[in-house]
Each structure stands twice: as structure tokens, then as C-alpha cells.
Design a protein around this ligand. Structure first.
Ligand code: MN
Length: 308
């Protein structure tokens, strides 16, 4: 067996940073998959997102160093908790499982990343903040406002996500970034709720999106104890992210999104624990893993930006 041991190569997951067996004492960051797409409209399949991202993280087709020269492997020990057990016939129960899992992640007092799943997964995350009595501010990066009260007679559609979050007692406000597919009544609801909105063109009119995000977070007077950044991949132009449930043309580039996230993470890290999610990746619609490799780059640069 000596030859086999010598010639065989066992690929490392995300440069050895991401492991299912980091002990609680070792881990300093957490990852949880939510393979849920019960609430999706148009193109379902986001349930395959988390495991497909893990497959790309195993590809070894990259170095884990961010463009700010941060070697992620020196800093991160990310515990992968696997996927929440979703019951595809019971959304209520599934979101309860998400909420219970995230409640434990909150208890670690360490940052975490949720991999969706469709955007309704984040309602479960919000319920966990509610249960933990943590006043929470959301950055909601999305081509949509997700402020409908109901879609197709369902109040749990993924297009109602921010509306459901805004109804929680722990909701301390939100800023939506990158929207471009919306209805007037959603704009009015946002206004009434003090949800600040930046459209795709608002973002693209900034001479430097990174500086814009950095300054914005510095000037934001936060009363909240918690920040959650929600990244719906459909904020990207479909040429960068074809594999989403509800694509909208004329979006921002991967570079724009990375600049935005770097500004947010750099501006917010330090005093507050930040959690975030990447949702709506549907690998059934990916061509040549275009979306998946953009997600990988977003991950590396966002993690790099969280190193102080
Ligand atoms: Mn969306």
C-alpha cells in the first residue's frame, strides 16, 4: 500500500481552512449550508447550492490569499457544520431548524457564513437573532427589494424575505444595495420603514464603490448589536452570475461586488461580530462554473477584508 499512499493525492478543502472536524476551541469561524428552495419562484434548484460551492472549494484551482495580501490559511479555522436537514414539504419546520442551528452559531460569539438556499433561508437567520434578543441591522445586497407582503398568495415567498425581517422586533433597520427590479409599492414600504435604498445605478455612479461602502459604514450610526450582510447573487449581472433563480439584466460586476463587500467588512469589522450569507446560487443553471468561480473569489476577498 506504500505506493498508493505515495502516489495518491487527497485534495484539501479550501486550502485546509474549512474542516468539519475543527474542535469548538480551534474554530474561529463557522459555515452552515441551507439547501432550501421551497420558496423559490421561476427557476428552482438553489437547494444544490451549498454542496456545489463545497465542490469548488475542493478544486485546488486557487491560492487562499486575498488581493490585500492576506493569507487566509494563517488566520482562519472555519468549522463546516454541514447542511441543515430541510424537509421539502414543510417550510415552517425547515426554517425552524435553520433558526435553531443559527442560534447555536450566535452562541459561539464568532462570525459565520450561511450558504443558501433561496433567500427565504435568511428569515430563519432573522428568527435566530430575534430569539437571542439581538437588535440587528441588515445590509441587503440584491437585485430585488424582497419587500412584497405576499407573492402568489404566499407570505413566505423568497420575494417577501426583507419584509418578514422588517416585521421582527429585533429589526433595527436595513440598507438595500444594488436593486433594479422592483415595484412602486415596495419603494413606499421601504420609505415608511426607514430602509435606505441604493439602486444598481446609484452604486455604479460612485467613482469608487469600495470607498463609498467604507464611508457609508463609518457614518452609519448603529444602535444595533449585530450586523448581518445578505448577498443575493442576482445582484450581479447575469454575465457574471448566470446561475441564479431570478436573473435581472444590467447588474453590477464581480469586481463591483467585491469592492462593495470589502468596504462593508473593513468598515464594520472590529467592534461588531458580523455574520453574512450568500444565497440564490442555483448550480443547475451554471455554465462552465462561471457563477461558482465568482463565488469563490467573493469568498476569498470577503474573508481577507475581515482580517484586521
Ligand atoms: Mn433577489
Amino acid at each position: 500500500m506504500k505506493n498508493l499512499e505515495f502516489v495518491c493525492h487527497k485534495p484539501e478543502m479550501f486550502c485546509g481552512i474549512l474542516k468539519t472536524n475543527w474542535s469548538i476551541d480551534e474554530a474561529n469561524y463557522h459555515l452552515l449550508g441551507v439547501p432550501l428552495d421551497i420558496s423559490s419562484t421561476y427557476r428552482t434548484g438553489a437547494r444544490f447550492g451549498p454542496d456545489h460551492i463545497r465542490k469548488i472549494l475542493l478544486s485546488e484551482n486557487f491560492e487562499c490569499v486575498s488581493e490585500s495580501n492576506k493569507d487566509l490559511s494563517e488566520y482562519y479555522r472555519i468549522r463546516d457544520w454541514g447542511n441543515v436537514g430541510i424537509i421539502s414539504t414543510n417550510l415552517h419546520k425547515s426554517l425552524q431548524f435553520v433558526s435553531e442551528g443559527v442560534f447555536d452559531l450566535i452562541g459561539t460569539n464568532q462570525p459565520f457564513l450561511i450558504l443558501g438556499g433561496d433567500h427565504s433561508s435568511v428569515v430563519g437567520v432573522g428568527h435566530a437573532f430575534e430569539k437571542a434578543n439581538l437588535p440587528t441591522f441588515y445590509f441587503y445586497i440584491d437585485a430585488h427589494l424582497d419587500l412584497y407582503n405576499e407573492v402568489n398568495e404566499s407570505s413566505s415567498s423568497h420575494a417577501c424575505t426583507l419584509r418578514r425581517l422588517s416585521e421582527l422586533e429585533s429589526f433595527q433597520g436595513a440598507t438595500v444595495l444594488g436593486y433594479r427590479d422592483f415595484s412602486i409599492d415596495q419603494l413606499e414600504y421601504a420609505k415608511a420603514c426607514n430602509i435606505e435604498l441604493f439602486s444598481t445605478s446609484d452604486l455604479l455612479h460612485q467613482s469608487d464603490i469600495y470607498q463609498f461602502a467604507l464611508n457609508y459604514t463609518k457614518n452609519l450610526l448603529l444602535k444595533s448589536k449585530r450586523i448581518h450582510i445578505s448577498v443575493d447573487l442576482d445582484v450581479l449581472d447575469p454575465s457574471f452570475a448566470p446561475a441564479v433563480g431570478n436573473p435581472v439584466g444590467a447588474g453590477i460586476s464581480t469586481r463591483n461586488l467585491i469592492g462593495l463587500l470589502r468596504g462593508l467588512f473593513e468598515g464594520l469589522s472590529g467592534d461588531l461580530i458580523i455574520s453574512w450569507d450568500i444565497v440564490e446560487f442555483n448550480p443547475l443553471y451554471d455554465q462552465s462554473d462561471i457563477t461558482a468561480f465568482n463565488i469563490l473569489k467573493i469568498l476569498i476577498e470577503s474573508l481577507g477584508a475581515q482580517i484586521l
